[in-house]
Design a protein around this ligand. Structure first.
Ligand code: CUA
Length: 344
């Protein structure tokens, strides 16, 4: 009894871990099992088809096994060797033909979808073209048709196809929004992967890096924000509007010197780090400090004060700022909000 309890106690952490793991399956914005777009729906259909067929096969095989074990068991007093059966043509044909039929049922829709998902929309003028570039540990989104570059939050219209071309500037990463589409690797320039997707339902979907790419791989999160066409057009206009710098000239000078060498706001700044335009109403700071869990200003402060602590190995340096400058810049960025989504 004692031993059994020990075994249970040892299993508890594993069970708790599994429960935790499975609890993520319930989120509509982060689950392959709750598809929110046509690509993810078809991928989910393939999963249901293969898992369904496998389940039927497993159940039938185990039923036959159980029947055979009981029906042909050794009975009391039985000493002779049972009749040996081999080389039944009928049986061999049955267990060869059935798997072939099952494979054909799996192959037909799979191959059909493989070609459908591989369609190239990069020349389609009606699709929104986005060049996705992965960095350790953030995502850059470049809209060449619109002249916009942003980071960490891919804003898209619900009404159009989104055509992606993906590359990395450092190691291999993998771009994945579980509720919208499967994973796709980002390779160095010269080996560009392409894909397309649609998000007909407005909402924010969580994205993940799905390729071990360094110590902050698990923190390389991003968001896809799908909005209606009018909001999308408003977003484009706001992204292209001139930069709004801090009102205090001294703070503006510090911000330009210390932040805009890598980051951009509006039409000012660099491209080494994510574009900060409208960071005040993004879902997260640095991809992982969620703004519904702490005020955006707090998250900005936490991040700027010690980036290494939030995202180890990130290229964001610890800039020297006085406490007043840190407060001022965090407050300014927290209030840098775009109005396209009613200021949300
Ligand atoms: Cu990038 Cu993992």
């Amino acid at each position: 009894m004692m031993n059994r309890w020990h075994a249970v106690k040892r299993l508890l952490p594993i069970l708790a871990g599994l429960a935790l793991l499975l609890s993520a399956c319930g989120r509509a914005d982060l689950s392959t099992l709750q598809p929110q777009g046509p690509i993810a729906e078809k991928q989910y259909d393939l999963m249901k088809l293969s898992i369904g067929m496998m389940t039927v096969v497993v159940v039938i095989v185990f039923l036959i096994l159980a029947y055979v074990l009981i029906r042909f068991r050794r009975r009391p007093g039985q000493t002779e060797i049972p009749k040996q059966v081999e080389g039944s043509h009928k049986l061999e044909i049955i267990w060869t033909v059935i798997p072939i039929i099952l494979l054909v049922i799996l192959v037909v829709p799979t191959v059909k979808y493989v070609f459908e998902f591989a369609q190239d929309y990069t020349k389609d003028k009606n699709a929104i073209q986005v060049k996705v570039t992965s960095h350790q540990y953030w995502w850059e989104f470049d809209y060449p048709q619109l002249g916009i570059k942003t980071g960490q939050e891919l804003v898209i219209p619900t009404t159009k196809k989104i055509s992606l071309q993906l590359n990395t500037v450092d190691v291999l990463h993998s771009f994945w929004v579980p509720s919208l589409f499967g994973k796709i690797d980002t390779n160095p320039e010269g080996n560009t992967n392409k894909m397309y997707f649609e998000a007909p339902k407005a909402g924010v979907y969580r994205g993940k890096c799905a390729e071990l790419c360094g110590q902050s791989h698990a923190l390389m999160d991003f968001k896809v924000k799908a909005v209606d066409e009018a909001k999308f057009d408003a977003w484009v206009q706001e992204m292209k509007a001139p930069a709004v710098l801090p009102q205090d000239p001294a703070l503006a000078a510090t911000f330009e010197k210390k932040c805009l060498s890598c980051h951009a706001v509006g039409d000012k700044g660099g491209t080494l780090g994510p574009n900060l335009t409208g960071i005040g109403n993004k879902q997260a700071v640095a991809g992982v400090l969620l703004n519904d869990e702490a005020p955006v200003e707090e998250n900005l402060k936490t991040w700027i004060k010690d980036p290494e602590k939030v995202k180890p190995g990130s290229k964001m340096p610890k800039v020297t700022l006085t406490p007043e400058e840190l407060d001022g810049i965090s407050k300014y960025l927290a209030n840098y909000k775009l109005q396209y989504d009613n200021g949300k």
